[in-house]
Design a protein around this ligand. Structure first.
Ligand code: CTP
Ligand code: CA
Length: 224
């Protein structure tokens, strides 16, 4: 029972979920983006609300209907996502970063549309690193707060995931294998939930709601 008739084990809890993919502006009409659909983050929000949580969903550039029972905060860029997530996290029992946050943004965003120029066949765009929101959440963690991340990896998925969990210092890291036709925009997902304090849990390919339910099981157990 993932949605209807779900256990109310998150009643009285405030949870924050980020979803979608950030867009980093190049000029007023262009951006650097990524392939995240937001479906997994929305599924996390939907399932948490069904389990009784107060849910804040920080959504970056998704075109999905608001999940029932979630307060949705819409953002565009990684910097906007950082502000919204950190603000909501201050009062949260758990935070799940399911969003694909751009690692870099253009150093400057032109205020006018960039035009082609005669004789210039390349257009260098300098990028600067974005803040790591998940790492900041860990630094600002409130007592008892549970923090989870997602990682899409290609080769040596588990090895990369374990190293990332240790590096980020979060409690849980859900690792997906990505590649052709896998994960992006698809209704289903598979993965492994890595835990800083407990065993690894493999989640067979199934709906993104089913994967969300396992993540909330783990979080509910950590919240106690
Ligand atoms: N994340 C974040 N802020 C960033 C980048 C990533 O909060 N600037 C979060 C993502 O939302 C995700 C987790 O960190 O929950 C892992 O993202 P990932 O891109 O796999 O990790 P990175 O540290 O960016 O490493 P990589 O170089 O592999 O992209
Ligand atoms: Ca990254």
């Amino acid at each position: 029972r993932v949605l209807a008739g779900a256990p109310q084990d998150l009643a009285g809890r405030h949870v924050v979920v980020s979803a979608g993919g950030t867009r980093e502006p190049i000029d007023p009409v262009r951006f650097i983006g990524n392939r995240s659909s937001g479906i997994q983050g929305y599924a996390l929000a939907k399932v948490a609300a069904a389990r009784g949580a107060k849910v804040t969903l920080v959504a970056a550039n998704t075109s999905l209907p608001d999940p029932a029972g979630a307060a949705v905060v819409r953002v565009g860029s990684a910097l906007e996502m950082r502000t919204a997530v950190l603000e909501a996290a201050a009062s949260a029992d758990a935070v799940v970063m399911a969003a694909a946050v751009a690692d870099f943004r253009p150093v400057t965003s032109a205020t006018s549309k960039i035009k082609k120029r005669e004789g210039e066949d390349t257009l260098p765009i300098e990028l600067v690193k974005n803040p790591d929101i998940l790492a900041e959440l860990v630094l600002r963690r409130t007592p008892g707060q549970v923090i989870a991340g997602f990682a899409a990896e290609t080769d040596d998925v588990l090895e990369h995931g374990r190293a990332k969990l240790a590096r980020k210092g979060c409690d849980l890291l859900v690792v997906n294998q990505v590649g052709e036709d896998l994960t992006f925009g698809a209704p289903d997902n598979a993965g492994v939930v890595l835990s800083a304090s407990g065993p690894e849990r493999e989640i067979p390919r199934g709906s993104k709601e089913a994967l969300a339910a396992v993540v909330w099981d783990e979080i509910a157990a950590l919240l106690g």
